[in-house]
Design a protein around this ligand. Structure first.
Ligand SMILES: C[S@@+](CC[C@H](N)C(=O)[O-])C[C@H]1O[C@@H](n2cnc3c(N)ncnc32)[C@H](O)[C@@H]1O
Length: 262
């Protein structure tokens, strides 16, 4: 079976892969400033695992990315369903996972979470940097509640705003609103860690790598990806805004574990 081709992925996803060399599409947890971003992403996975529920046999991974989170969990004998509406990403993930020798193969599905009908109630429902993609926090957490068993956990690792901006301006969600909505919907917050200091090194490092490689990547890949110059510039702009917002105290990177108590 041939290896997945990163250039079949839409922007910005193919750029993430070029930036880190890894199939993870989330921030890393950097132990040192010069740590390899792919290793830092693995550290983040280890960190997430500390916040798992006591019994963990099944997990729903909302926002499959390139399948790395789901495959990482499946290597720990967890039966994982992993969903994303982006067919090329799921195709890549399936191909990458094809030869995984695991007890439970990941069930990858092309599906929006808004349309996902869970067949079971999972022990763990994870939004690893996918929560920011949902406009409606109440409906998203309400759906997550239906997908997780009582005593199970909802895990969110993502960037959150500390200013209450309209969705069109903000891209991320206002943290106090998310905490309130989760509580109102019967979730108890078990852990909330602001890991910004170690995580925003990802933005800093990615901006450095983008600037270092911009011209080379454009020269190498423009024939295959005509939009690459625009894609790189969009990512530079986005990353710079994100970095400035973090430095200004308006954004943080949070790991949150909520238990469904009712
Ligand atoms: C930044 S990637 C994170 C991927 C992965 N969780 C990881 O950490 O490597 C965001 C993911 O959210 C997915 N996504 C966006 N909108 C979604 C939706 N409505 N339902 C489910 N997944 C969605 C995207 O397809 C993408 O896979």
């Amino acid at each position: 079976m041939s290896a997945p081709d990163v250039f079949t992925l839409p922007a910005p996803y193919y750029l993430f892969r070029l930036l880190t060399g890894s199939d993870h599409m989330h921030f890393g947890w950097f132990r040192t400033d010069d740590e390899d971003p792919g290793d830092a992403q693995e550290n983040m996975m280890e960190l997430n695992l500390f916040f798992r529920p006591g019994k963990l046999e099944t997990a729903l991974d909302v926002g499959a990315g390139l399948g790395a989170t789901a495959r990482w969990l499946s290597r720990r004998d967890i039966a994982v369903t992993s969903i994303s509406p982006d067919a090329p990403l799921v195709e890549y993930a399936r191909l990458a996972a094809a030869s995984d020798d695991v007890k439970h193969k990941v069930d990858f599905q092309v599906c929006k979470f808004e349309e996902f009908e869970p067949k079971i109630q999972y022990d763990w429902v994870l939004f690893q940097e996918s929560f920011q993609y949902f406009d409606d926090v109440h409906s998203t957490i309400s759906r997550a509640r239906n997908a997780v068993r009582i005593g199970g956990r909802l895990h969110i690792g993502d960037q959150f705003l500390h200013v209450d901006l309209p969705r069109e301006q903000g891209r991320f969600h206002f943290l106090p609103s998310v905490l309130k909505i989760a509580k109102d919907l019967g979730f108890e917050l078990r852990t909330k860690c602001d890991v910004s200091r170690a995580a925003y090194r990802m933005t800093g490092r990615c901006l450095e790598v983008l600037r270092e490689n911009k011209d080379k990547w454009i020269a190498e890949h423009a024939a295959k990806i005509p939009s690459i110059e625009k894609d790189v510039n969009d990512m530079l702009n986005c990353g710079t805004l994100e970095w400035d917002a973090y430095v200004g105290g308006h954004l943080s990177y949070e790991l949150m574990a909520f238990e469904r108590v009712q």
